[in-house]
Design a protein around this ligand. Structure first.
Ligand SMILES: [Zn+2]
Ligand SMILES: [Zn+2]
Ligand SMILES: [Zn+2]
Ligand SMILES: [Zn+2]
Length: 470
């Protein structure tokens, strides 16, 4: 690891001299803070697009509406400009190393040379000047064995304490959120640097800088924020292999995250309906970002468990149709419920549930299965019973109930397979009772269950007397 090569990266793109008191601008350029910084002093400053989150595949059909552009963050006056914490620490580190080396030679080196002791023992080792001062073996007059051994021990001790450029650089270039090498480093206005992904996840929880607790400009400001170009170049120069490995590891992690079905524990949903959802919980914001990177973004929805009861194993898949991002990272999401599923195995990923699921589809009713029941009502008769009941509601106590159903869920479906779900939506019965429709694989049995609820409701004095409370 050659400090001169690294030092060459740390040049100011404005004055082309080594960076001094560096500050990083929102465009990702790092310049000496004494240059005027509003706007960026670089001619033709055209920051590259940042590592936008999420990366929606071109094949995705989701209508993704990014948050309105964040208002520009007022730059502090020149005197109050904060300095890039990571860049300046690295400049100081390299300066101290180079100063030691210069002392060795008595003159500044003209060509880059590998001076610094690498981490492994295989590389060249060159003690620094201050260590040489205590090495009696460099003194020709001293050949006493004991002194020699003492000196050796002292040198080993010192070498063990000697700061190691690679290690120190790695420490400075580590993200304070994930504690690994920075990846896609993004520098905040308070001049702290985090991996782009880590910063987004921190912003899901709080608008404060994870390090200094300064208020940050908000989620949309960092939505497509350019990376710190100086630090990114430094990372690629100093740790090319590690940096690529970090990228691969993140990609693999995201791939793994998509292997299982993400589960949103929120409410009972039946197939074939639109549902608008508000994503505000940090874990579900992350889940949604991951979903959006799929070709067909979808997630499972299950009801929260009854207190003290095990969580439900049955739910419905929701396909994301459109997403309106809000400036603070929340979003309004329109979905369409597609099919039912059963959870075979469940786990947790970054705070939300993931599961291995099996799809549940209806098995066609047939006499060989004993359906419809011989002598019992047909599907059409069961649907008629439901329709009459709803008409009775419309005429009677709560006409708005059916109106609401029509407005929210459209006209009653003519497909008997869908009809029971539609009716169940309006019935004033317990949601856990309604959820019993989810595992049923027979259209006929589903209709019978709904009619059974209707019969129970009709027999209840409080319902027929008009005290329906929704
Ligand atoms: Zn400069
Ligand atoms: Zn710029
Ligand atoms: Zn990180
Ligand atoms: Zn900060």
């Amino acid at each position: 690891m050659d400090p001169h090569t690294l030092k060459a990266v740390l040049r100011c793109p404005v004055c082309h001299r080594p960076l001094r008191a560096a500050t990083t601008l929102p465009c990702g350029h790092t310049v000496c803070a004494h240059h005027p910084t509003v706007p960026c002093p670089l001619q033709h400053c055209a920051p590259p697009a940042g590592p936008a989150r999420p990366r929606i595949p071109p094949t995705s059909r989701v209508n993704y509406l990014p948050a309105p552009a964040a208002p520009p963050v007022p730059q502090p006056p020149q005197a109050a400009l904060k300095l890039d914490v990571t860049v300046n620490k690295i400049i100081a580190l390299l300066d101290s190393v180079l100063a030691d080396d210069d002392d060795d030679d008595g003159s500044p080196p003209t060509t880059p040379t590998v001076r610094y002791r690498p981490d492994s023992d295989s590389g060249p080792s060159r003690p620094r000047k201050r260590q040489r001062m205590v090495h009696p073996e460099s003194d020709d007059e001293d050949d006493d064995l004991l002194s020699h051994l003492r000196a050796n021990a002292a040198r080993e001790r010192e070498e063990a304490d000697e700061p190691n450029l690679e290690k120190e650089l790695q420490t400075e270039l580590s993200c304070e959120i994930c504690f690994t090498l920075l990846y896609n480093p993004v520098t905040t206005p308070c001049q702290h640097t985090f991996c782009s992904k880590c910063l987004h996840r921190a912003l899901d929880h709080s608008n404060l800088c994870p390090l200094c607790r300064d208020e940050l400009p908000g989620f949309s400001f960092f939505d497509d924020h350019p990376t710190n170009q100086t630090l990114e170049t430094l990372l690629v120069t100093a740790f090319p292999v590690d940096y690529i490995a970090r990228g691969d590891a993140i990609a693999a992690e995201e791939r793994d995250a998509r292997l299982d079905t993400p589960i949103f524990v929120c409410m009972l949903i039946f197939p074939g309906h639109p549902t608008a959802l508000h994503f505000f919980e940090p874990r579900y914001r992350l889940m949604l970002r991951r979903c959006l990177e799929q070709d067909v973004p979808s997630f499972g929805m299950i009801m929260p468990a009854r207190p003290g009861a095990p969580p439900s194993d049955y739910g419905t898949m929701l396909e994301v149709r459109s997403v309106q991002m809000l400036a603070d990272g929340r979003s309004m999401v329109e979905t369409w419920s597609t099919y039912r599923f059963r959870i075979l195995e469940r786990g947790t990923l970054d705070g939300y549930t993931v599961a291995r699921i099996e799809r549940i589809d209806d098995v066609p009713d047939s006499p060989s299965l004993g359906l419809p029941l011989p002598g019992g009502p047909s599907n059409e008769q069961l649907m008629d019973t439901c329709t009459q009941f709803l008409q009775q509601l419309r005429r009677g106590t709560a006409p708005w109930v059916v109106q609401r159903l029509n407005n929210v869920y459209g006209a009653p479906p003519t497909d008997p397979a869908q009809f029971a779900y539609w009716v169940a939506l309006v019935l004033p019965i317990d949601e856990f009772e309604k959820a019993k429709l989810l595992p049923i694989r027979s259209t006929h049995l589903r209709l019978r269950m709904v009619v059974q609820w209707i019969e129970q409701l009709s027999n209840n004095w409080w319902f027929t007397s008009g005290c329906v409370i929704f």
